[in-house]
Design a protein around this ligand. Sequence first.
Ligand code: ASP
Ligand code: MG
Length: 473
Amino acid sequence: MKRLTMKFGGTSVGSPEALEKVVGIVSREIAQGNQVAVVVSAMSGVTDMLLKSVKAAIAGDKWGYKSLSNDIRDKHEDAIHQHIAPSERRNAVLSDIHTMLQHQQELCEAINILEEATPRISDAVVSLGERMSARMVAAILEERGIRSLAFDAGLFVVTNAQYQNAEPLWDITEQRIREKLTPVLEAGITPVITGFIGATPDGSVTTLGRGGSDFSGAIFAANLDSDELIIWTDVDGVMTTDPRVDKRARVLPYVSYAEVGELAFYGAKVLHPKTVQPIINKAIPMRVRNTFNPDHPGTLIGAEMETDPNIIKAVTSIRSVSMLTVSGKGMLGVPGIAGRTFLATAKAGASILMISQSSSEQSFCFTIPDDKAPQVKHAVESELAAEIARQDVDSVDVWQDIIIITVVGAGMRHRPGVAGRVFTTLGNHQVNVLAIAQGSSECSISFVIAEKDMALAVRCLHDLALETFNGKA
Ligand code: ASP
Ligand code: MG
């Protein structure tokens, strides 16, 4: 008997056809005597629609949030009608959906009156997407003879009050899952739990950030002591690069936790960057698999690192970033300038994706999301006003139209050969590198180039990853 945690993303629960696949995948495991905990996203598009309804309410557009509410209702009703015969069960789940949407409209009315939405009330609205899909999926499984119950994750995942991007409080979360959820599995019931959401200790709903239901899946897998976490999505696995940039992209059979963390942090959309956090210590294996191609084994993600220095696994890129440089001859040996700059950046609400410094200490640079660049420049200039007046710091400059490219492979740190190959390849293709840094863990190199060079750079580096893939490196 195996204990599995299966997380199904938005497209996997987003249509009647997809839900049929979900039933197939879950029943196959149950038939083999395995225990399955299911974690679900909202139906695809629903989170965005709920966020739009909040915006409409702020703008006083009553018709807007009501019509969004109707569209969300239709989407769920359609799936329920196709999967559940007219019965008590069907009526009960429809009535749950209607109650939730009633609640959405009431919250939107309140927002409409106040003409603003706090992060807290916004979380109350967007969390409804998962709360509806969990009820729907549990009812559909029941209809197909699988004993199942829907749960709101707020019962188990206790978080701080940082609405829209809440952090779990680990000890109490672990205790709640052990005490309240493990017995459900042991009783032979398949729980269907909302991804993406939690609750503060006093019970108000929080969300874990966009795309956070992968993270939820990992939280449950870790604390249920699952044998495996499976992230069911709409692609075959983690790929060597984004297939929209290079069609030759291949599915990687194996990547390590560290590598996948790096890939997710640097722009690969397949997993939420925090996903591996809860399962690393317990070394729970994770698989990314395709709901629409369930016979494909997907990508296995685990603790073991392949440290062959020739291995280049994957190439990712992030757009919509700007680079700030702080430069000046008077910075040499002056402690604290970088520290104060980064603190000012954090206070301006921007997270730094990459940092690099020239060895002469005459300048350093870091990248932040585009939309924060003006605030950060302003914040850094005011923080360093005295140094700028003394001309110790010459300028704080913003570079736009740049991107970050990250090359991932566990063996590349400490092995100059890989970096050499990467930069020689770029040089051969006349791609100019503006800044270089190591990734946040030990298995990647990131660098900044002009946005116009992106396709060329990704393709020529992807050639190196494909050589590895084909065993020719
Ligand atoms: N439904 C949420 C979102 O769209 C969470 C998730 O699907 O992971 O961001
Ligand atoms: Mg996702």
